[in-house]
Ligand binder design. Structure first.
Ligand SMILES: *[C@@H]1O[C@H](CO)[C@@H](O)[C@H](O)[C@H]1NC(C)=O
Ligand SMILES: *[C@@H]1O[C@H](CO)[C@@H](O)[C@H](O)[C@H]1NC(C)=O
Ligand SMILES: *[C@@H]1O[C@H](CO)[C@@H](O)[C@H](O)[C@H]1NC(C)=O
Ligand SMILES: *[C@@H]1O[C@H](CO)[C@@H](O)[C@H](O)[C@H]1NC(C)=O
Ligand SMILES: *[C@@H]1O[C@H](CO)[C@@H](O)[C@H](O)[C@H]1NC(C)=O
Ligand SMILES: *[C@@H]1O[C@H](CO)[C@@H](O)[C@H](O)[C@H]1NC(C)=O
Ligand SMILES: *[C@@H]1O[C@H](CO)[C@@H](O)[C@H](O)[C@H]1NC(C)=O
Ligand SMILES: *[C@@H]1O[C@H](CO)[C@@H](O)[C@H](O)[C@H]1NC(C)=O
Ligand SMILES: *[C@@H]1O[C@H](CO)[C@@H](O)[C@H](O)[C@H]1NC(C)=O
Ligand SMILES: *[C@@H]1O[C@H](CO)[C@@H](O)[C@H](O)[C@H]1NC(C)=O
Ligand SMILES: *[C@@H]1O[C@H](CO)[C@@H](O)[C@H](O)[C@H]1NC(C)=O
Length: 394
């Protein structure tokens, strides 16, 4: 049915005008510049971005939202419903720049309740420097800031080839989502930038993180309550606080973490390597079924660490122990150097001791010589060579 153009709503008319077909098979391409985006790094292009998103969402074929080369200031964007299209590619060839003074909100770039979105290439710059210096200066009323890229309650999401720099808080956060693949991302913020975790995953299943380079002022990857079927392979970490399951167990009613694999990682100069961390508070949560395989540690302060007595300043957990049961955690083929004498530390809960810890072919040295291990309330067994020797009980 062909409608006369004059009978179309103005917004739909504008969408039609701005559609470009790069090739028949790739579907329509919505260039944000056609929707009024300006690549001067100063004019807010949020509206153009969201109008291009609406157009891609309304398209009946697979569609591309295109961010050309150049720098586009985006105050804030919420990519959400209504979106009937379940095959949208966001091709970023330039840079999306956050305002440096941005003070509020859940997220700078939020994907909420969307299905079938691929975010490819490009750079997102959170411009966190002024917020970090505020936080470091002990001023009490610094803005909270915002996480750079948040995937919330969504599924079938791909993030590939993206560079994320200088976020105000976490760089990428994935929550309440399924089937998310993060591949070839490059995340960087200075080692002294507070709360700039690289990738955070919680309440999500079937998340895969591959072939990525992460260096930040906090955890390279942090894994929160309710993460399951998480697979991580070929990630480098440093500077940063390592790859961490936790902190868990702040609340009593908490979903557990299960089936996590962390494979082929390299840690350089980080404060931790492979860590599991829980609050010393009562909790129904758990950590179960974790494989840490093929890791290289280069001058890492705590290469292998389970710490269940986290309670900074002894506030909010007086006399408590952690209720989080840690079980079936395997460490296989972990080698390299520790920057402190205790290279392997299992400080588990006295009320629910760690069980089923497996050590296979571990070789971590300290200053070229023998490192130490430390165990509290930790049971498991060893296979192959384990250097320094295991202190697990059977
Ligand atoms: C999305 O569309 C592209 C281009 O037509 C196609 O190659 C791809 O397989 C589609 N993806 C899904 C998940 O349907
Ligand atoms: C994003 O948009 C959706 C749909 O309009 C809305 O439900 C949600 O609350 C928004 N989120 C934020 C953080 O603005
Ligand atoms: C955008 O970048 C992609 C990936 O590098 C490239 O294939 C494509 O040709 C670029 N698009 C344009 C219009 O330059
Ligand atoms: C940030 O700065 C811009 C430009 O100076 C201003 O328009 C905007 O209102 C400021 N935003 C906040 C949240 O302070
Ligand atoms: C901030 O406070 C901490 C602890 O009170 C102190 O160690 C640090 O020196 C202070 N930093 C600045 C820049 O004042
Ligand atoms: C990652 O990004 C940083 C900052 O933009 C850059 O210095 C570095 O070369 C990039 N690394 C890779 C492997 O692309
Ligand atoms: C997650 O992956 C598993 C194993 O591949 C599959 O059985 C399950 O259906 C997936 N879950 C979701 C929510 O897609
Ligand atoms: C565990 O997670 C992996 C992905 O890392 C998945 O392939 C496998 O099916 C999951 N196992 C179970 C029992 O769900
Ligand atoms: C680790 O990666 C290697 C190479 O891709 C693979 O053969 C191995 O099965 C993986 N290990 C786990 C525990 O998934
Ligand atoms: C060693 O631990 C693994 C993993 O928990 C378990 O499957 C195996 O049965 C244990 N072996 C012995 C001899 O305890
Ligand atoms: C452990 O690593 C040290 C230092 O790299 C090396 O000299 C030693 O041969 C290794 N031992 C085993 C059993 O692999």
């Amino acid at each position: 049915m062909a409608l006369p153009v004059s009978s179309l709503p103005l917004s739909l008319f504008l969408f039609l005008v701005h559609v470009h077909y790069f090739s028949a098979s790739a579907g329509p391409v919505y260039n944000i510049q056609s929707f009024g985006a300006t690549d001067d790094g100063e004019t807010d292009s949020s509206n153009a971005l969201l109008h291009a998103w609406s157009a891609a969402c309304a398209a009946s074929a697979p569609a591309t939202l295109y961010v050309p080369s150049g720098t586009f200031l985006v105050e804030k964007a919420n990519f959400s419903r209504p979106c009937t299209n379940t095959n949208i590619t966001i091709q970023i060839n330039g840079t999306l720049l956050a305002p440096s003074n941005y003070t509020h909100g859940e997220a700078w770039l939020l994907f909420y309740q969307v299905h079938g979105v691929s975010i490819l290439g490009g750079t997102i710059d959170g411009q966190g420097a002024s917020l970090w210096s505020c936080k470091r200066s002990n001023v009490s009323d610094c803005p909270v800031g915002a996480r750079s890229l948040v995937i919330s309650n969504s599924h079938e999401i791909v993030i590939s080839g993206l560079t994320s720099v200088n976020s105000k808080l976490f760089h990428i956060a994935i929550g309440g989502s399924q089937n998310v693949r993060v591949q070839r991302v490059n995340i960087s913020a200075p080692g002294k930038s507070p709360n700039t975790d690289g990738i955070h995953v919680e309440g999500s299943s079937n998340v895969t993180i591959l072939e990525s380079d992460i260096g930040t002022g906090d955890d390279c990857i942090s894994i929160g309550p309710g993460a399951s079927n998480l697979y991580i392979e070929k990630v480098t970490c440093g500077p940063g606080h390592g790859i961490s399951i936790g902190s868990l167990g702040w609340v009593k009613l908490e979903p557990g973490v299960s089936n996590v694999t962390v494979n082929r990682t390299v840690f350089t100069g980080t404060t931790n390597g492979l860590r599991i961390k829980t609050w010393a508070r009562p909790s129904d949560g758990f950590v179960k079924g974790v494989v840490f395989e093929s890791a290289t540690m280069q001058d890492v302060h705590n290469p292998i660490l389970i710490t269940q007595n986290y309670c900074p300043h002894n506030l909010n957990c007086p006399g408590e122990t952690s209720g989080i049961q840690v079980s079936d955690v395997a460490y296989r083929d972990i080698q390299g150097s520790s920057a402190t004498k205790v290279a392997v530390k299992f400080d588990c809960s006295p009320t629910v001791p760690c069980k089923g810890i497996e050590l296979l072919n571990i070789n971590i040295t300290y200053e070229g010589g023998q490192a130490q291990t430390s165990c509290q309330n930790a049971a498991g067994n060893t296979t192959g060579f384990v250097i320094p020797p295991s202190c697990l009980s059977n």
